[in-house]
Ligand binder design. Sequence first.
Ligand code: 0GY
Length: 311
Amino acid sequence: MSTRFSKTPGWLEYHAAPSTPTYMLPAGTVDAHCHVFGPGDTFPFAPERRYTPCDAGKEQLFALRDHLGVTRNVIVQATCHGADNSAMVDAVRACGGRARGVATVRPDVGAAELRELDSAGVRGVRFNFVKRLVDAAPKDELAAIGAKIAQLGWHIVVYFEGADLPELEGFLGSLPTPVVVDHIGRPDVTRPVGAQEFTRFLRFVERHEVWVKISCPERLSVTGPAALDGERHAYADVVPFARRVVDEFPDRVLWGTDWPHPNLTGHMPDDGLLVDHIPRVARTPWQQHKLLVENPMRLYWPGEDQPGKTV
Ligand code: 0GY
């Protein structure tokens, strides 16, 4: 444990002993959304952070990868490390090509720093609009970052609350790179899947050819991990939303664990159970292979062999 930092009270630690999934991931599966936190003594957390996580370093991430049967990781910079990408880059470099990174950069980032990140394995930047996590950066500054990274062939990962899409849609649609949305666009799952908010999200995805991460049922769910009457499975209320996106956009969906699950206070998911959730939302082997292997390989390792490619 870090001697310099104390975890935010109430913040749960990642699952100590995740179950072995019943669903066997296809060879070449990519966990396209996970993080590393510190360890704080080696990679200090950012002064401007809104939470202090537990230490969750690369060794723990790699152990989970191997336990679940994942082949590759995309390690996404979390807000607790601000724009200091050292922990993420250290983890990506340690993977010998089996990981890519998504960074947070400042508007004045220089070409040399971007080239360095690129050579480490970074392939995108993240714009975070979730107000409880960050003060939103001015859009002209984000646009300046977008213009710089477009030259590298990177993409932009965006994190926002579903309710904020109307305000952000125009800006996101104007970005010069592919856009990847975190956590199904954070829908309000207490509303019907056909309600106006999620329909608007689907049409936004269609119009701008956006990619969507089918991740974080545990964060979006109101019904939670318990089995419900007539439903044997966890996170049942998220399933129709995830299915809808996978059915409509099978070529632009990605899956991720979100390990080590920052900012959860209610319950900590069993990562094995998150893997078992996959066939509930991607219901055919064809959809599963696209979600887990083909799509993330196309975005993060273009040109590399994809085990079991379906077309
Ligand atoms: C959340 C979820 C996340 C937080 C961060 O950068 C972050 O702090 O990513 C997540 O894992 O996506 O809503 O707190």
